[in-house]
Design a binder for this molecule. Sequence first.
Ligand code: M6R
Length: 611
Amino acid sequence: MCGIVGYTGNGKANAVLVEGLKKLEYRGYDSAGVALQHENRLLISKAAGSVSDLEKALDESGNRATAGIGHTRWATHGRPTDENAHPHSSCGKEIAIVHNGIIENHQRLRNRLLDEGHEFRSETDTEVLAHLIETYYEGDLLEAVFKAVEKIEGSCALVAISSEEPGRLVCARRDSPLIIGLGEGENLVASDIPALLAHTRKTKVLEDGEFASITAEGAEIYDSSGRVIDREIFEIKWDIEAAEKGGFDHFMLKEIMEQPDAVKETLRQRVDPESGKVILSELGLTAEEIGRLEKIHIIACGTAYHAGLLGKAVIEKLAKIPVEVDVASEFRYREPLLNENHLAIVISQSGETADTLAALRLARRQDLKVLAITNVVGSTVSREADEVLYTWAGPEIAVASTKAYLTQLIALYLLALYFGDARGSAEPELVLELVSGLKALPGQLKAVLSEESLSRLRAYCDHLSKWESAFFVGRNLDYAVAMEGALKLKEISYIHAEAYAAGELKHGPLALIEDGIPVIALVTQKAVFEKTLSNIQEVNARGGAVFAITMEGFDDVARQVESVFYLPPANEILAPVLSVVPTQLISYYTALARGSSIDKPRNLAKSVTVE
Ligand code: M6R
């Protein structure tokens, strides 16, 4: 989510790090910092804001430094402030580190380190690593990093420097990427290739569980037991633009492909592996407050609103609390009936959407507690809400929201299970099934995103791209996914797409069904399976061409439609997380076939900060 650069060589480390961080700003951009080795001490400069803000804050005495580390941050633990920006350092600032990932046992480690007398300067999980390394440091930074990483649970890409070992960078990788760049008389390390390309195309990729020691002369890679590994050099062929997109043609496709990890991150540490209970320790709502809730209002815009529609179904099913879902621009002007036993849930990827923010303020003025589901730490929504449940999707750059939507669904499932538990209203068997289903989702998403699926969907889109209108239909939860599918297709391919509850077809839209018109049917809900099939037959009878998205085991579907796309079997409540993915890819490949501007569709902005 964040960006890391490390440099050692004969150049000016300050300039190299800043230039590298600028190339990584698309990864995270709420604060930045560098630590430079300078005359047996470390010079650390940090600033909330962009890398340009950091440039202004740089300590000029570091201009002669030839080794250092830098970081651009996308806040997770702790707000985007100067103090929380990386690098973080040991008590005496002899050791500094930059880190990507999440340290799950940071609280326990922090308590232990505080007892031992360490002084903390930030609210971050990362800082415990700096102090842990300090604890183990006996003159060899690599040795200390080995020992410290052993003690942490969670993910990490880490680069450390010490004032006592000039010219040396030490790295560790677990579940978060790090790439070493091999230059002439200089070597680098970075979390992403764009930061390396101005210096070299020769790289060595660190694998999970590996460590490295880098100097200007060379880079040595070690496995977890300290054995040296001979890694082949990998030559980067991408240009800078392709490298920023991780080799994908568009950010949207990159973000679609990141969804298994985004879901995994959002679930991380929120389900107790032993009891199977959902733990949302970040929420301050007491069981008594949850028990008193008479109604929930979910308020959001666009894709986030569609997530809210699914949230309603799941919360009502598990927590047995009536839920109303409103588009924020309607909620704020419709004079909703509210009282203090109601809870407002606002959902916003950016946390800056003007209508959502106005709805949040309205709810608070009327004495409602507001719980925000957002992807951006420190956003206005997160600051003004009473409670915040973060989605950990990482920065979403394409205007069309994909991975943020999926993580919003996960947050809503977790919330529904949590409320259900607090109210004693959820059926224990269903809870167990959903919890194990949630854990299976990242693996299932990978299957949905296989090469074979991608090429099948792409072939279908060659046909779809020739039409100027299309329908998405489904019943129950499938209807909410149909709405999201239609929005995505409109947004980036400019095809007029309509979503309908399948049972509504005969109340009007059937008049538009003509020979060959594309109809995408979502068929994952058992309880309404037969009913949806008969709606599909109504379309067939008028010549419509149905592409069905259904689950393995729903064999009758194939007999009724032109083409079918199967999803791995899942509990029908969780099916939307899987079924929305082919609709995202359909939009993407259709827009690609039509030559539209995919990441920046006409007339739209990523964050709608005006009414
Ligand atoms: O940042 P937000 O989640 O508040 O944004 C809400 C909508 O503007 C957003 O979801 C929009 O509909 C997307 N472009 C859809 O892909």
